[in-house]
Design a protein around this ligand. Structure first.
Ligand SMILES: Nc1nc2c(ncn2[C@@H]2O[C@H](COP(=O)(O)OP(=O)(O)OP(=O)(O)O)[C@@H](O)[C@H]2O)c(=O)[nH]1
Ligand SMILES: [Zn+2]
Ligand SMILES: [Zn+2]
Length: 498
């Protein structure tokens, strides 16, 4: 074996070299770790700035047309991600590639947030829509008669009207008005507590639409037939039922307009009172009553429109609430019909002349409305023939004791034989799913209680859509079950359907 004199030297060189390589590797690894930590720190700082401090000039305030801030899932989540990326790229230059895995994690978190939020949007809207459908709630504006998919709500912080507050881009369970007030996005979450407006005509809706089923009830007939007085009578019969049995039935006038119109009902129905004609040209407007029995609530929208609106096709066409109703009240003044008038003797004619309206032909209003209802049903795709019609003969109290006294005769027969309305009845039976005839006396008795014929009519009106409410009227007001002095019908025997 030959001893290499260079061996110790070479060994030292190798050792030094190995040490240097190790040192470089360790330093490089250290530099990499430190660099990566620095990069991550920059990333986290940018996330903090953009996401938590909201330092994001790219996301400006809502424009003049926008009334709410976008929900985080409605855009800002992506804008923030892009802004963070832009800033870290500026900070780190080419080294940004080392941050790609971290940016990918941020993107995955953003996508998960998005998926969760939109799932919340879809689920809450589905639940809300299903509840409205199950409770058969359709909302109709009593001012413009348009159906609304959802009412508009007024922010209680700044008074801005939010058109469609339902979950979406602007929020899941709450949306934030530009004034920063949080508003509930669904009826389920309490939006009805806010001031409500019609999304079509901006009219204030004071009946909390969406909380209970709506029941559109058009009263129609010639001028002076007795529609206004009958509307008062229907309200008073319900209110009287509620007074007698407050634990089972409650009735509330919804909104100032309804209150202004119906609060004088007791005075209007006093036997000597004469109702002033509805001013011609006055815009029709539904009066809304909230009727509740137990857990059952109904918002009854009564439409008492001046008789002139039923004279021409052009005018009737404007009454688009007709197509939203399934129960109709045709109001008819028997004294106006020549056959009835001529059957009265001279003394009766002299006594009743002031109570006789001018329209001689009740069929005219009927045909106008019938055509219009059919047209609107067709437009809305509603099934024809599903409607119910009550032919309401008014002034039962005035007819009592005369030569044409309807008491003791089935109302439909009386209408056919005495009024001579066979054609009208025939047409009505063809056009409507069910037809009933009532003779009503829109008057109060000596104690202020409304005539039972009004209660009988109210019960029929509510029977199909809210039988429980109609039943709540039965016990206290049924003249057969309680013949108290105040409930003896003025038009006894004529109030019920034939
Ligand atoms: N006694 C009595 N009078 C009635 C009855 N129904 C209506 N009247 C009177 O008949 C007249 C006309 O009644 P309104 O209720 O104003 O008739 P209307 O159909 O609303 O009339 P317009 O709105 O003008 O189309 C008024 O003087 C009422 O007081 C009733 O059942 N009994
Ligand atoms: Zn409206
Ligand atoms: Zn606001």
């Amino acid at each position: 074996m030959t001893d290499d004199p260079w061996e110790p030297f070479l060994s030292t060189v190798r050792t030094v070299f190995a040490f240097l390589v190790c040192a470089v590797i360790v330093l490089a690894a250290l530099a990499l770790v430190v660099g990566l930590l620095l990069l991550v720190r920059i990333h986290l700082r940018r996330i903090h700035e953009v996401l938590y401090l909201g330092d994001h000039p790219g996301v400006g305030s809502p424009g003049p047309e926008d009334f709410a801030w976008l929900g985080y899932h409605g855009g800002p989540v992506w804008w923030d991600l892009a802004e963070v990326y832009r800033r870290v790229r500026l900070d780190t230059g080419l080294f940004v590639v080392f941050l790609y895995p971290f940016l990918a994690v941020q993107a995955v978190v953003a996508a998960a947030h998005l998926a969760l939020a939109w799932a919340g949007v879809v689920a809450s809207r589905l639940v809300d829509a299903a509840l409205l459908a199950a409770r058969r709630i359709r909302m109709v504006c009593p001012n413009c008669f348009e159906a609304m998919s959802y009412p508009s709500y007024v922010c209680d912080g700044c008074g801005r009207t939010h058109r469609d507050v339902r979950p979406g881009m602007w929020g899941v369970f709450r949306r934030h008005c530009v004034c920063d007030r949080a508003l509930p996005t669904l009826l389920l979450l309490g939006s009805a507590d806010l001031d409500t407006r019609c999304p079509h005509c901006d009219h204030a809706l004071e009946h909390r639409p969406g909380e209970a089923r709506e029941f559109v009830l058009p009263l129609f007939g010639a001028a002076g037939a007795g529609k206004t007085r009958l509307a008062h009578g229907l309200y008073l019969s319900l209110e009287h039922g509620a007074e007698l049995h407050p634990e089972t039935l409650s009735v509330e006038l919804m909104g100032e307009e309804t209150e202004r119109r119906l609060r004088e009902s007791r005075t209007v129905l006093s036997p000597r009172h004469r109702v002033a004609p509805t001013p011609p040209g006055r815009r029709a407007h539904g009066a809304t009553l909230r009727v509740a029995a137990g857990r059952r609530t109904l918002l009854v929208q009564m439409y008492d429109t001046a008789g002139e609106w039923f004279n021409t096709h052009e005018r009737t066409e404007e009454l688009s609430y007709l197509g939203r109703a399934t129960t109709f009240l045709l109001v008819l003044d028997p004294l106006a019909v020549p056959a009835v008038w001529e059957a009265l003797d001279a003394e009766e004619q002299r006594r009743l002349a002031g109570d006789r309206s001018g329209a001689r032909d009740p069929e005219r209003a009927y045909l106008q409305v019938r055509d219009q209802v059919q047209r609107q049903y067709r437009t809305l795709g509603a099934a024809p023939g599903r409607g119910r019609l009550a032919v309401v003969v008014t002034r039962g109290d005035l007819l009592a004791g005369t030569s044409v006294d309807p008491r003791g005769i089935p109302p439909e027969r009386w209408l056919d034989e005495v009024v001579g309305a066979a054609n009208l009845l025939r047409a009505a039976h063809v056009d409507f799913g069910s037809v009933e005839v009532f003779v009503t006396s829109a008057v109060t008795g000596p104690s202020g209680a409304p005539d039972p014929s009004l209660t009988t009519l109210s019960r029929w009106v509510l029977a199909r859509d809210a039988g429980a409410l109609g039943a709540a009227l039965r016990e206290p007001c049924d003249p057969l079950s309680d013949a108290g002095e105040e409930r003896v019908p003025l038009s006894a025997g004529t109030g019920g359907p034939s």
